[in-house]
Design a protein around this ligand. Structure first.
Ligand SMILES: [Zn+2]
Ligand SMILES: [Zn+2]
Length: 169
């Protein structure tokens, strides 16, 4: 019995150290804020498992001001009491793309940014035919387009057009 208990404790400890964000928090509705990496300037989502009260919000802002943020680094030091409440993905780096959930978030301060480089101006308008083919089309900027990037898309719409194309013999 004791060994089992001991094992479980170690296992839990490992989980905490890995700072895995609970799956239930990785949803658009739990996005609390956005922060930018000081190196690549990419925006990342900050998730919170509850609505912060004034004091927590204040301490969160204080932490942002005290520590510089860069991709892959937690926002709080290890002993900060908010680290179990407010999360950011740490398995990312400056080459990571913009988080898909960013685009489903409707929090104030959310604006369209290029999926590849986070450019917010000079975004390309997807063609009508692309819009008809996919449910989700993520923003693409002119520079990335010139660098041969394509629109990142999700959810292909199955149309009956393919069927009707089949020639009857
Ligand atoms: Zn970065
Ligand atoms: Zn771009």
């Amino acid at each position: 019995m004791e060994t089992t208990e001991e094992f479980r404790l170690t296992y839990m400890q490992l989980q905490i150290n890995a700072e895995l964000i609970p799956k239930s928090i990785l949803v658009g509705g739990k996005i609390h804020d956005y922060i930018s990496c000081e190196y690549c300037q990419k925006r990342h989502c900050v998730y919170s498992n509850k609505v912060l009260n004034d004091e927590e919000e204040y301490n969160y802002q204080q932490a942002l001001e005290s520590y510089s943020y860069s991709c892959g680094v937690p926002i709080f030091p290890d002993d900060h009491y908010l680290k179990e409440t407010v999360f950011i993905r740490i398995q990312i780096n400056c080459d990571s793309l913009i988080e898909i959930l960013y685009y489903s978030s409707r929090k104030s301060g959310n604006y369209p940014i290029c999926y590849y480089c986070e450019e917010k101006e000079d975004l390309i308008t997807p063609s009508q035919s692309l819009k008809e083919r996919f449910k989700q089309i993520y923003p693409l900027c002119e520079v990335c387009y010139e660098n041969k990037k394509d629109f990142h898309t999700k959810g292909e719409i199955k149309t009956s057009k393919h069927v009707s194309k089949k020639r009857k013999i």
